[in-house]
Ligand binder design. Sequence first.
Ligand code: NAP
Length: 247
Amino acid sequence: MKLIVAGSTGFVATEVIRQALFYPAVTSIVALARRETTIPQNVGPDADAAKLKSVVCEDFGNYPESVKKELAGADACIWLIAVTPSKQNKMPWGEVRKICLDYTVTGIETMGQMPRASTDKPFRFIYTSGAHSERDPSKKPWLLGDYCVMRGEAESRVLGYAKKSGGAIEACVAKPGLIDAPGRTGMVMNAVRTVGCSIIGLPRVDVSEVAATLLDQAIKGFEKETLLNEDLVRIGQKALADQQKDS
Ligand SMILES: NC(=O)c1ccc[n+]([C@@H]2O[C@H](COP(=O)([O-])OP(=O)(O)OC[C@H]3O[C@@H](n4cnc5c(N)ncnc54)[C@H](OP(=O)(O)O)[C@@H]3O)[C@@H](O)[C@H]2O)c1
């Protein structure tokens, strides 16, 4: 399958690409970002680096023909472009909204209209959101309320667009809690994160589990419309165990 990883320079995307490089079912990867994507540093010897093509899109509100040409024929997209909560107060709110919401909607609309080699299967679009994103504005969370409701609106718009596509597009929303990676933070920071997560009731998941789930679902189809943190842990652990058996 031809897979698009949008936001391919980011933390989660780097792990998705690392795993996809030795996943035989993925025959080509379009690494889509606003700057060049390089091969992840920790790829194993079995990785097929020739599958990766870095595609730069300078404006995700307006895809040039050269970028559309690279997207044509894709079977699925894992969407990982966003401004994360820790970075969102460093830029104007309008910019955060444009990147998290407008770019996502333009992304699914653009990719959904691309020509495909086979139309017997729908184009699969996975939107990676967050555990506390809220689709119902009347249930605005006390913490990062506007941000969580805006991310929830993006979830609804993605799912709504797919529903209106007459079966041409299938969409799924993944809602991870705090995403951990071994060695990403020191012991003190890790302890602070653990306390912070328990206060706000945020579950945790390892980046390898999130990436394995996103790949598994893009390749095999969606188990359900919304994947909660517990689903990402469960599906991810099984997919990682299967990867081990096959290697
Ligand atoms: N990390 C977590 O703990 C966590 C937890 C729950 C949910 N999530 C969700 O998982 C997804 C991926 O998160 P992540 O941690 O991998 O994020 P990340 O490392 O910050 O990566 C974000 C990606 O979005 C791109 N991006 C940001 N602003 C852009 C712009 N103006 N135009 C084009 N691209 C832009 C970045 O490009 P550059 O590299 O060029 O900046 C990067 O490729 C997000 O939806 C996030 O909300 C993450």
